[in-house]
Design a protein around this ligand. Sequence first.
Ligand code: UGA
Length: 445
Amino acid sequence: MNITVVGTGYVGLVTGACIAEMGNTVVCVDVDPKKIENLKKGILPIYEPGLETVVEENFEAGRLLFTTQLPEAMEQSDIIFIAVGTPPGEDGSADLRYVLEVARQVGSLMTRHTTVINKSTVPVGTADLVRAEILEQLELRGKDISFDVVSNPEFLKEGAAVDDFMHPDRIIIGTDSERARKAMSELYAPFIRNNPRIKFMGVRDAEMTKYAANAMLATKISFMNEIASLCDRLDVDIENVRLGIGSDQRIGYHFIYAGCGYGGSCFPKDVKALISIAHQNDFEPKLLQAVEARNEQQKQSLFNKLAAHFEGDLKGRTFAVWGLAFKPGTDDMREAPSVVLINSLINAGAKVKAFDPVARETAVPEFPEHWFSEGRLQIVDGQYEAAIDADALVLVTEWKPFRRPDFKALKKLLKQPVIIDGRNQYDLSQVEREGFDYYGIGRKL
Ligand code: UGA
């Protein structure tokens, strides 16, 4: 099959590369010439385990092509994925400008039956807008060409994106067209040979499925963070509670880890967008609003714990921060809790020495330049280097090398043996034995 993927961000690039891996010819299109040039040289815009190899191999095999020219790409394709960004507007609603611009171009270039697939996360009703935009262009050109608009939301996780795409736990296809069903079934057949997991539904149902999935997961996290705050006050260990409730199969162990708040490009944006969709439809989404507010509050929790330990006296102190990316396995800094913590600390007059195994370059633009030049913020090259003479260590992202540190070495390096564990990684009896003051999320010594 010949396929075009518009947008080479996370979703677009992973989709393009993985579909090419199955023997299809895929042209990835992006408006950013620098990005395209880099991709041709094998330089990826994102860090994602395993993606570089899939891109490289398929590029070399001539199955994966990169261009800034949509007309060129469309010449051969009868399937087009729209995988461009839908950033939040000021009111939290998804900005559809880029999606609709692609639809406009597709309508102005289309020469034969085309299946247009929305892969970007978009509000219910967007497929109708895309269809209208394409129709308008066809009418302007006086052409009567048939086409389908399909909603096929993506459920991949950063850090595990290639594996998620290659072994999907479900493929959601929203369409009422038999022809599109057939095309989509053929396209995805190689990914689900051992387990046919395609769910067909209406276009609007598929659009809502994507938001509902992310909002549900975000709700689980905010719920656990709420219970953790109660645990903090009641001398209860949330980790025992987590194990206790997770064993109930109706609840399950996934996504019930209390922490310093969810980040990334999806949960915060999608929960906000769903709230905005509700408002546009005269509905007050009280639960979603609480999920969102709870998360904002949670991102402040690490700072609050430090402020409580040092009785508000943070000025002039230095803090070690382990982990900058919003989660392990990625260099993505979008909505990362580390940014909220570091901003609060530096604004309170403290200094920060941070370390992240991967997100070093991507972290820099998140902070004012002068913080670096004035020595208020340093991004150092090693996890133990960050701890030297720090008044406390804060674990923000649970990268593997942070999980079992050398506590003895750490104690010697730190000015004071204080650990704030934003991901509940450490064993309470061990940190106690080693003589640390320890604060987790919903657990303390
Ligand atoms: C999320 C969803 O998990 C994917 O299914 C979805 O496809 C994707 O959004 C998307 O819409 O594109 P992602 O943002 O990559 O994927 O990251 P997650 O692994 O879901 O983590 C999100 C945040 O929740 C992280 O900040 C993580 O630390 C936090 N989290 C996760 C918790 O605080 N507790 C948990 O128990 C689980």
